[in-house]
Write a new protein. Structure first.
Length: 626
């Protein structure tokens, strides 16, 4: 099998048991049985009873006692789901490599199993697979190390709820690995510092029992709100789709998020240290580079599941409907409206969960959707207000150029810098006109606002003086979009503890060969846990709020009076004004607004006696002083 070089200490290999030895009972030695005072029949029955007790031990329990190897193996789907010898399936990390034909691999394996548990076809060798991100990529990552499963469960806020006696499989784009890499590295450094000098925990020593709960205490030495142990996995079951969630954050689970607490019962464990060191190196070598490439501009075509790596938190987005875009927006009842607002800033992302008991991450089956949560800045007549919107990007097959989506990072525009300069200039002008108030306009009116909500306002040409007045405009003209009722909508709320998981119906099957080495017989199977969703909605939103002074002010319930320079790019090109000649409120394009020309001094050019001018000036001055 293709595997990565092992940098951490190797787990010593134990002699593999002959599968046939566990299949048939051993013949008792009756001569030895007659050496005591018991009747021969009683000794024979006792030996047969002992053999029956030994055979009652479940196969999976025997398998769990086999030491794992501190290794990473890259597998095709057949070898990801099938074991053909006792030496296979012992790596702490197993990687399913995806490629253009992986759908056929999955269909072939499912069809073969549907015909029965036996197959006359000989097992094929696992090909040498090397993920390059283009023709071969990492589709799934299976964690078999109990220590790594428990550590991830704690760091992600699920304390010890994740069962560690079964493998746990994660799907691309592996957001948990990316977002929690800093904490994993902290745990690794702490384990190195605190590693015991004794040799009582060699790498081959079995992991601590997952049934042994870890109990945290507070600063008074009192037990935390609840003990931390494995709960019954069916307690959160969903009868409809066999998925589970991990709600219920407690003080204890929050405490376990900290690396110092997460490694508590692993301190001094050579096994935990070796497993974690291999895991961190795997993430840094194979998971991190695709995220870094997606943050640049050299790569422009992406698969749907990779979009989470493309949209960087807090970056500027460009909205523009392309000719072949089939994306939907939640503001238009299933069809995307035409928006005047082209500049948005990302504040969070939410990727819908992988569905089905045969997970749909291989092919486009269930129309998963990526929710791109963004906002722009508007003006309510007194202060600036963030206005949110959710763009929905539906699942698609293969790769797609990022600019074919209706919304994408502005850095992918060919003239991105010039576009940002133009947006900054527009925002600066917006800030000016809302304070100048009285201007002149020569251009066409707008019939809807920045987010494109429908309106019955007619488009007309205006040439004359106008007064910028958002407040009175919203009160007097109900057809003007974005009235006061929308200013206090705030940001969406999410639950970062809602990490759905379930069982994969396509189990991991261990086979043994018959005497002719031509037919496979199942000797055991393992049902792995699949992590269907990894939710970071509130985390990303909170990070964006903490980055922006305007959003912090808004969250504190205070009016936003001032904006930072980079916030100006988010201001709209629509203003609300009263047109003198038309005698009504309209929505105007900021690009057609002009300052009033300087007025001539008519009184100075008036042809009258100079003494009379002085008298008029004196009378006016006296009047004004009173």
């Amino acid at each position: 099998m293709a595997s990565e070089d092992v940098a951490a200490p190797q787990t010593p290999d134990l002699p593999a048991a002959d599968p046939d030895d566990t299949a048939a009972p051993q013949t008792p030695d009756l001569s030895a049985a007659h050496s005591d005072d018991s009747p021969p029949e009683e000794n024979t029955n006792r030996l047969e009873a002992n053999n029956e007790v030994e055979e009652e031990e479940p196969w999976d329990a025997q398998r769990r006692r086999t030491p794992l190897k501190v290794d990473v193996e890259f597998l095709d789907f057949e070898h990801f789901k099938n074991r053909y010898s006792d030496e296979e399936g012992l790596a702490i990390i197993e990687v399913l490599c995806g490629h253009s034909q992986i759908g056929q691999e999955v269909s072939r394996e499912i069809t073969r199993r549907a015909r029965g548990r036996k197959d006359v076809r000989l097992p094929t060798p696992n090909p040498k697979l090397v993920p390059d991100g283009e023709t071969c990529w990492i589709q799934r990552v299976r964690i078999q190390s109990p220590q790594l499963i428990r550590l991830l469960s704690r760091l992600t806020g699920h304390h010890d709820k994740w069962p560690s006696d079964k493998p746990r499989t994660f799907f691309a784009p592996f957001r948990a690995f990316w977002y929690y890499l800093p904490q994993l590295k902290q745990c690794l450094e702490l384990l190195k510092e605190k590693r015991a000098t004794t040799d009582d925990d060699a790498p081959g020593k079995p992991a601590p029992s997952p049934e042994s709960p870890t109990v945290l205490t507070n600063d008074k030495g009192e037990q935390a709100s609840e003990p931390l142990g494995n709960d019954e996995e069916d307690s959160n079951s969903n009868d409809d789709d066999n998925e589970y969630d991990d709600n219920g954050s407690t003080a204890a689970s929050d405490a376990l998020r900290e690396p110092e607490n997460a490694i508590g019962d692993f301190t001094g464990s050579a096994t935990a240290l070796a497993h974690l060191e291999k895991f961190v190196k795997f993430i840094e070598k194979y998971i991190v580079p695709p995220w870094h490439r997606a943050a640049g501009t050299s790569k422009r075509k992406f698969r749907f599941v990779d979009l989470c790596t493309v949209f960087q938190p807090g970056e500027l987005l460009h909205y523009g409907t392309s000719s072949d875009s089939t994306q939907n927006s939640d503001n238009a009842h299933g069809s995307s409206p035409k928006m005047y607002q082209t500049a948005w800033r990302l504040y969070s992302l939410c990727l819908e969960s992988v569905r089905d008991d045969k997970p749909d991450d291989i092919q486009k089956i269930s129309n998963r959707t990526l929710h791109v949560h963004a906002y722009y800045l508007d003006y309510d007549g007194d202060s600036y207000v963030p206005i949110r919107h959710t763009f929905l990007i539906k699942d698609y097959e293969g790769e797609r150029d990022i600019t074919n989506l209706e919304v994408y990072p502005i850095r992918f525009l060919k003239d991105a810098e010039n576009v940002k300069k133009a947006l900054h200039k527009q925002g600066t002008r917006f800030r000016e006109v809302v304070t100048k108030k009285h201007l002149t306009y020569d251009g066409w009116t707008l019939n809807h606002g920045p987010t494109g909500a429908s309106s019955d306002l007619t488009v007309e040409h205006i040439d004359g003086d106008v007064i910028i007045d958002f407040v009175e405009g919203y009160k007097s003209e109900p057809l003007v979009e974005m009235g006061p009722s929308t200013w206090d909508q705030g940001f969406d709320e999410g639950d970062d503890n809602d990490w759905l998981y379930g069982d994969d119906d396509v189990s991991i099957v261990h086979w043994k060969l018959n005497a002719k080495n031509s037919r496979l017989e199942m000797c055991g199977e393992i049902r792995e846990k699949t992590q269907r969703a990894e939710v970071f909605f509130d985390r990303l939103k909170r990070e964006e709020i903490n980055r922006r002074n305007a959003l912090q002010t808004y969250e504190d319930g205070k009016p936003i009076k001032d904006l930072d320079e980079d916030d100006l790019m988010l201001l709209p090109r629509r203003v609300v004004a009263y047109a003198f000649r038309e005698r009504r409120f309209v929505m105007l394009n900021i690009r057609s607004l002009k300052d009033l020309p300087p007025s001539d001094n008519v009184f100075r050019n008036l042809k009258i006696d100079p003494s009379h001018k002085r008298m008029v000036i004196s009378l006016v001055k006296s009047h004004l002083e009173k």
